[in-house]
Design a protein around this ligand. Structure first.
Ligand SMILES: [Zn+2]
Length: 351
């Protein structure tokens, strides 16, 4: 009889131990994580059936905060630097779990960094506007109300700078030497000068950066095959040359008018060595039929017609069918396909 009691006792003991270990093993968290749960007395709040990678990371980070234990379990894990610190900051700023999930899903890394420094913002309307910037929300709203336009349009226009008058808020360009550089009435090249200028075969006084010069020769040759004869009449212009030119125009027509057709020094695409003005051979202008040919063919050689009539409100320049800007074939083709100004294109796709 005594023997049976021993046996029963052993069986009970074994099953208890098995159950205990089985329960522990059923938790996908590491034993280190489990011990931290127990240390902070939150073990009972853990949903053992649903493993949360975010919770696991929180437990294993130096920033685990026991008051957020339920939040961690409902926030999707995202592979970003200092994820838990960011989550803690957002929770501390009263964002809900759902909002935090959306923030990591829809908002750029750069914007999240800025967001961490701001009080709580309603970002929902911006989730699908990819080029918005967290620190400009007030400006977007203001522009939208003032111009009665969509939020998407307001974001684009404000990003370009159109909420300010031309030349009133100027940023120094940092990537002056890139073929994609954006130069306009809001962005200045300063006294930048390219170091790979190459003379054009038409006349050695006209220069472009090497790649643009080669592309231009190809464009001219292609034109000839279609009985379109064009020649350069202005290509690279230094800061100093632009300054003299602009000042002469101002003396003749006044600032307001000069600004519509001539860039202020530092703001001309010609200073990049990537822009060239063309005339029809034998004329002091570009003939309409030649302009049409350029419109249809320039992009194949990497050039766009930078200033069109429709784009004047954005570029601030009158229609200039003679002004070609080199961007390389891929980008020039894409700009033409999308049928937008380069200012807009740059903000949407290159910034
Ligand atoms: Zn020009």
């Amino acid at each position: 009889m005594k023997k049976y009691l021993y046996l029963i006792a052993i069986i009970i003991l074994c099953s208890t131990i098995t159950t205990y270990f089985y329960m522990e093993e059923n938790i996908a968290y590491s034993s280190k994580a489990v011990s931290i749960m127990k240390k902070y007395n939150v073990y009972n709040q853990i949903d053992k059936q649903n493993y949360s990678k975010t919770l696991d990371f929180a437990l294993n980070s130096n920033n685990f905060n026991e008051k957020y234990v339920n939040n961690y379990q409902n926030i999707d894990y995202v592979e970003v630097d200092n994820f838990i610190t960011k989550v803690n900051t957002l929770l501390n700023n009263s964002y809900s779990n759902e909002e935090i999930n959306d923030i990591f899903k829809y908002i750029s890394k750069k914007n999240i960094e800025k967001l961490l420094e701001e009080d709580k913002l309603d970002l929902k309307p911006y989730y699908y506007i990819k080029n918005f910037e967290v620190d400009k929300l007030d400006k977007y709203e203001e522009y939208k109300d003032l111009h009665n336009c969509s939020l998407e349009e307001a974001v684009l226009k404000v990003n370009i700078g159109l909420d300010h008058d031309f030349y009133t808020q100027i940023e120094e360009i940092e990537n002056s030497n890139e073929y994609t550089v954006l130069v306009n009435k809001y962005h200045s090249l300063g006294t930048y000068a390219p170091n790979d200028l190459k003379s054009l075969s038409y006349d050695s006084r006209y220069k472009l950066r090497a790649k643009a010069a080669d592309a231009f020769e190809q464009l001219v040759a292609a034109g000839k095959l279609d009985n379109v004869y064009i020649r350069p009449y202005s290509a690279y212009r230094s800061y100093q040359t632009q300054k003299t030119l602009y000042n002469n125009y101002v003396a003749r027509d006044g600032v307001k008018e000069a600004d519509t057709y001539s860039a202020r020094p530092g703001h001309s695409e010609h200073q990049t060595g990537l822009a060239v003005d063309v005339w029809s051979e034998g004329y002091n202008e570009i003939r309409e039929s030649d302009a049409k040919w350029l419109q249809d063919n320039s992009y194949k050689y990497g050039f766009i017609i930078r200033y069109t009539k429709e784009n004047m409100p954005i570029t601030g320049y009158i229609e200039e069918p003679w002004h070609l800007r080199y961007l390389g074939v891929d980008i020039a083709t894409d700009v033409v396909d999308k049928d937008i100004t380069y200012d807009e294109y740059y903000d949407l796709y290159l910034k």
